[in-house]
Design a protein around this ligand. Structure first.
Ligand code: BTN
Length: 279
C-alpha cells in the first residue's frame, strides 16, 4: 500500500499515524532490514525524512526502510544533489542502529554497506559492479548509483545511522550534468522490478551488517578491496590543479584513499582527490 505524503506540508505530529499505517506486509527475506518498509509517493529526501523523524523521537525499529517514488531535493555526495526520475529508480534510506561500533571505526559501516550492495547487484548484473571510493556504485566505467551515510553520534558510539542509497534502475535518459550515468535497464536491456531489487539489496546489506556486528572486518575489507574501482591500476587523478598518474593501493581504517605516486604512498580524504574519468 502506498500513501501520498505531501512532504512540504507534512506534519510530523501525524507521523506515527503514517508509520503505523504504512507498515507493510512485505516479502523481504531478512530478519530486520526492510521488515518495516515505508513507501512515500513524494518527499524532499528520504535521508532528511528519517533525520527529522529521529529528531521528533518517532519510534522506528532498527532496519526501517524509507523508500520514495520521487524525491524533489535528493541529496548526493560530490554534486550535493541526487536527481532521479520519479517512479523509475530506487531512492531509499535504511535506518541502522550500530551502537556496537565505536565512532573511530565508522568507516567499517561503509565497508559493510558497500559489500552488501556489490553482492546484490552482482547477482543481477554479473561481473563489472565496483565501488568507486568512497561511495559510488559503478558498473564498468559508469555510475550506477551512490550512497550517502549520515551518522548520528552519541558519546563514543554511533546511535543511529541513516544509509541513503540511490540506484539508477529503469531510467534511460539523464540530464547532461549527471556524471557518467548508467542504469540497470541500460545494462540488461529490460525493465527491472524495483521492489525485487530493493528486497535483494536489503537482504545482502543485512548479511554484511551481521558480519560487521560479529567483528569480522577482515572479511568485509577483503571483499571490498577485490571490488574496488581502479585498484592496482595506473590511472589519472587530480588534486586542486595538479594532474598526475597514481595507483590505488589501499583504503585505510579511517577511509582514506592510499595512492602510490612515483613510488611514494600518499593518503587522501574525501574531496581531496578527484578521479579523472573519461565522460
Ligand atoms: C552520491 O552522490 O553518489 C550519493 C547519492 C545518494 C542518493 C540517495 S537517494 C536516497 C537518499 N536520499 C537522499 O537525499 N540521498 C540518498
Amino acid at each position: 500500500m502506498i500513501y501520498f505524503l505531501p512532504s512540504k506540508r507534512f506534519s510530523f505530529g501525524r507521523a506515527d499515524k503514517y508509520y503505523n499505517s504504512t507498515l507493510q506486509n512485505n516479502t523481504f527475506s531478512g530478519l530486520f532490514v526492510g521488515q518495516n518498509l515505508v513507501t512515500l509517493t513524494e518527499v524532499d529526501s528520504t535521508n532528511n525524512f528519517l533525520k527529522q523523524a529521529l529528531a521528533n523521537s518517532t519510534p522506528l525499529t532498527d532496519g526501517t526502510v524509507i523508500m520514495a517514488e520521487s524525491q524533489f531535493a535528493g541529496r548526493g555526495q560530490q554534486q550535493n544533489k541526487w536527481h532521479s526520475e520519479p517512479g523509475k529508480n530506487l531512492t531509499f534510506s535504511i535506518l541502522l542502529k550500530p551502537t556496537f561500533l565505536p565512532v573511530n571505526q565508522q568507516f567499517n559501516l561503509n565497508l559493510a554497506i558497500s559489500v552488501g550492495i556489490i553482492n546484490a547487484l552482482t547477482k543481477v548484473l554479473g561481473t563489472g559492479v565496483k565501488i568507486k571510493w568512497p561511495n559510488d556504485v559503478y558498473f564498468n566505467d559508469k555510475k550506477l548509483g551512490g550512497v550517502l551515510i549520515e551518522n548520528i553520534i552519541q558519546g563514543q558510539s554511533i546511535k543511529n545511522s541513516i544509509v541513503g542509497i540511490g540506484l539508477n534502475v529503469n531510467q534511460t535518459e539523464f540530464a547532461g550534468w549527471v556524471p557518467n550515468p548508467i542504469s540497470v535497464k541500460q545494462i540488461l536491456q529490460k525493465d527491472y522490478e524495483l521492489k525485487l531489487l530493493l528486497s535483494d539489496i536489503c537482504a545482502c546489506i543485512e548479511a554484511a551488517y551481521l558480519i560487521l556486528k560479529a567483528g569480522n572486518i577482515a572479511r568485509l575489507k577483503a571483499f571490498f578491496m577485490q571490488n574496488l574501482y581502479w585498484l592496482d591500476e595506473l590511472r589519472p587523478f587530480k588534486t586542486g590543479e595538479h594532474v598526475f598518474n597514481g595507483i590505488i593501493k589501499d583504503v585505510t581504517q579511517t577511509g582514506q584513499l592510499a595512492v602510490s605516486i612515483d613510488g611514494e604512498l600518499r593518503l587522501y580524504s574525501f574531496k581531496e582527490i578527484e578521479f579523472l574519468n573519461k565522460s
